[in-house]
Write a protein that binds this ligand. Structure first.
Ligand code: MN
Length: 492
């Protein structure tokens, strides 16, 4: 799994030789001071490293070559303390392959009324430098983040930290491998997609592995390994079943699946209840426990949602609200009290639990296999996002909707799966209409941690379509946006 603290964001300060060594020494010292200050702030999830003050075309090109080549570097943040003529940035930025943030900040907070003179103006001209630097980003049509504000402002630091999370997810995405145990569920449309396009755009390696091979690995798991895994379950969850065989079998499945994922350097996987050849149970508890460890999972062969889940988990590492594979199931249409009920056949991640998960065993109803053990719990309350990636044919669309999860308003004692209830923004009927108009899937990633900004930044880095179904959006505006997007993506 990705460790955010091991990733580096490089801080590159723009200047030029015109100012002479005295000014450039001050600029460099301040760049170092600012990088150290930000690096120590807890809202900054990655290492923030001062990489120098660049003063010429050759220096820009050299630092960008190094950034592209260095595996630890996941993006660059530029800042112009002084004026840095932007033609010297063109050759370098043309070749930049990593996320780019233009940090429009300045060293001092206030203009020193009494002391300000032309020496001060020559040294402190970030506002001047920002505009030249901004122009070349616009002129070159670069994907970039522009963050504005003083570098000690906590909101500014948070914005920078959130962008770093998106940059880390960009890097993670480039190396992401997804194991498909079997194919997609028969006849389902939205879980399909162009895997070649996904690899070109997003870097994802999406490949299939025979379920029969998984079944053979399951058989080879030792009893000692299974005992150790069941001890983990007992430490984390309450056991509410006498059918321990089903629990032990899930442990066996989990160990076997993780063995293959590790062997293939994969961070996400899919399976389907329609292809469990040689297996006794659909993995339930097994998949839930793997999701809790950070793996991405998509049911019914849904590799796009599996990938998005582990990307979002990587992006939001350490935030603690949780993210899960989710499915929209049933509406509660009581007037003025409308809710959506989300769940799945089994596979909801316990990272979003609001109650201690209970291990229970119940028949599955479909799939024709043994009754699987699964975790049953209620999701916790809080603001969240529903995230769906769909293949529009020719492009990928990432849809994000604002939802408000609540403590489930009903106990539903006979529902044998984990469940979450949420309200939809701007209001129930309008929100659902917009989701359907945009083509959002029934499978989603439900995340309490990722923000719209993080996902929008990530989508821009990835060069894919991004649609935010926000509280203030109307269906009319959405339809216009989607029509314009259709045109733009045809042209690009
Ligand atoms: Mn499903």
């Amino acid at each position: 799994m990705l460790n955010l603290k091991e990733q580096e964001i490089w801080f590159v300060v723009g200047s030029q030789l015109l100012y002479g060594p005295k000014v450039l020494d001050i600029v460099a010292a301040r760049g170092k001071e600012m990088a150290a200050y930000l690096d120590a702030n807890e809202a900054i999830p990655c290492k923030f490293v001062y990489k120098g003050t660049i003063k010429s075309n050759d220096e820009v090109s050299a630092i960008i070559r190094e950034a592209n080549y260095d595996e630890k570097c996941i993006g660059i943040v530029t800042w112009c303390h002084t004026f840095s003529p932007s033609k010297m940035w063109i050759n370098g930025l043309t070749h930049l392959q990593k996320p780019f943030c233009h940090f429009a900040t300045q060293y001092n907070v206030e203009i020193p009324n009494d002391e300000i003179d032309m020496d001060f103006m020559n040294l402190n001209q970030a506002a001047h430098g920002d505009r030249e630097h901004g122009f070349i980003g616009a002129r070159m049509r670069l994907h970039r983040k522009v963050i504005v504000g003083h570098w000690k402002d906590e909101n500014v630091i948070k914005e920078l930290g959130a962008w770093m999370r998106a940059a880390a997810a960009f890097s993670f995405s480039q190396r992401l491998s997804i194991v498909r145990f079997g194919d997609n569920m028969r006849e389902v449309a939205v879980t399909e997609g162009d895997k070649v396009e996904a690899q070109i755009k997003l870097g994802w390696q999406v490949n299939t592995w025979p379920v029969g091979e998984l079944a053979a690995v399951i058989e080879k798991v030792t009893d000692e390994e299974v005992e150790a895994k069941v001890s983990e379950y007992k430490a984390a969850y309450d056991i509410h079943t006498d059918d321990l065989h089903a629990v032990y079998y899930q442990a066996r499945e989990e160990i076997a699946m993780e063995r293959i994922l590790e062997r293939e350097h994969a961070s996400a996987y899919t399976n389907t209840f329609q292809d469990l050849w040689g297996m006794e149970e659909l993995p339930g508890l097994a998949s839930q426990h793997l999701m809790a460890k950070g793996y991405g999972y998509g049911a019914e062969g849904d590799w796009k949602t599996a990938a998005m889940l582990c990307i979002i988990k990587a992006m939001t590492q350490g935030l603690g609200g949780g993210s899960s594979f989710m499915e929209d199931y049933t509406y509660h249409y009581e007037k003025g009290n409308e809710y959506s009920l989300g769940a799945h056949m089994l596979e909801v991640c316990p990272s979003i639990a609001g109650t201690k998960p209970r291990i229970e065993v119940h028949p599955l109803g479909i799939g024709g296999k043994e009754s699987p053990a699964r975790l049953v719990f209620e999701g916790h309350a809080g603001k969240a996002l529903a995230v769906s990636m769909i293949d529009m044919g020719g492009r990928l669309r990432l849809i994000v909707q604002d939802v408000e999860c609540v403590k489930p308003v009903m106990e539903m004692p006979n529902l044998p799966v984990a469940r979450v209830m949420w309200k939809i923004k701007p209001d129930f009927r309008e929100g659902i209409r917009q989701w359907i108009v945009a083509g959002g899937a029934h499978h989603t990633v439900l995340t309490y941690d990722a923000t719209v900004e993080m996902l929008a930044d990530w989508a821009e880095m990835m060069d894919i379509e991004f649609v935010h179904l926000s509280e203030s959006l109307t269906t009319e505006e959405l339809k216009k946006e989607l029509r314009v997007n259709d045109l733009l993506w045809k042209l690009s």
